[in-house]
Design a protein around this ligand. Sequence first.
Ligand code: PMP
Length: 459
Amino acid sequence: MDTAKVRELDAAHYMHPFTDTKALGEKGARVMVRGEGIYLWDSEGNKILDGMSGLWCVNVGYGRSSIADAVHKQMTTLPFYNSFFNTTNVPAVQLAAKLVEIAPPGFNHVFYTNSGSEANDTNVRMVRRYWDLKGQPQRHVIISRHNAYHGSTMAGASLGGMSGMHEQGGLPIPGIVHIGQPNYLDDGAGMSEHDFGLKAASWLEEQIHEVGADKVAAFIGEPIQGAGGVVIPPASYWPEIQRICDKYGVLLIADEVICGFGRLGRWFASELFGMKPDLITFAKGVTSGYVPLGGVLVGDRVADVLIGQGGEFNHGFTYSGHPVACAAALENIRIIEEEGLVRRVAEQTGPYLKRRFATLGDHPLVGVAESCGFVAGLNLVRRKGATIHDSERFDENLAVGMICRAHMFDNGMIMRAVGDRMIIAPPLIMTEAQIDEMVALIRSCLDKTLADLQQRGWI
Ligand code: PMP
């Protein structure tokens, strides 16, 4: 099928996620046809460096035939059977045992879903069920953060703090409230990072008092907020959040859909930030996106109650523990282990990316460029100051980030824009030479963006 025909049918029939489908139809979608390693190719033969790992998920890179082989073998052996009626399947069991092995201490159970959104819906039901069983059914409120992303189902979008999502469909659902995010770059002017981290954590305690400590079931957060713009919290933030959760007995849910499976140089980023979560949401990197799979790692505090005294948990999906998805995950995790990708990101390529990405900070458009593990972000500014807080930002209506993203995309680099913050989350297989290539490509696209903005008279 030629590209024009694909675009025509796409415009006619395919309603895209998070897209103005009418506008896209007029413009014509880019048709991705192939991937290998860290690169993609579109239908017009353009090679593109995928700085976003698909959508924060293709951790082991594209073109892994051993995952395809594992999937093929499972499909021809047992393509599907459910886990509802006192039955199980081998890959689901093997994967559960493997996940428990790589999880932080105190995690011995796994509940499977098909996506991160469903996993967070599962979390809502699990924590409320937990408190029911504990004889405190009034403890049903879950606290989250503005600008968080926890999925697009009714509960996922409600847990998330995206105002654009809440505006559509009467969200959030009852019993979910939000506090500010630990965004030092945007909100920390005049404070040290350390003090700002403590202040941002104190908003949780304030919210607990406002709701009433006896009504708060859980707090949910991404260790590093991803879709919100790679918001790297000050080091003081998570330990203080943990202290507050412990003080009030509030369950802590770490949404590791992006941060898990090596992205921050640990199997789970909770370990990096000193979090001791009760539940961990996972998806994306568990299969490197080759097939859909998500789930919840259930810590002993919750499992002991739900399994130990809960009886039947009336929740699940047809495809919970899908044997094909679990087979893909097992092979994906085997690859991560065999190639030592978690340690490589922690000790070698993560620190290298940090050094190289930070060099972009000298570009006239860049206020700050920072990274943690294999996520990174830079802020576009109109005029640089001594610190990001002294820099002059662009009028947000100019949508400078989208202009920059277009220059990246047109020149073979996938980098995402969140407002005027440009972010990446590259595949974990990226080598040092490829990091150099990526940073050079980003710099040349920033040059093009600068020239464009100067021409518009915006600088
Ligand atoms: N949680 C986080 C932190 C995410 O980044 C995402 C997806 N970007 C989700 C949940 C939702 O996952 P899914 O799109 O698989 O439903």
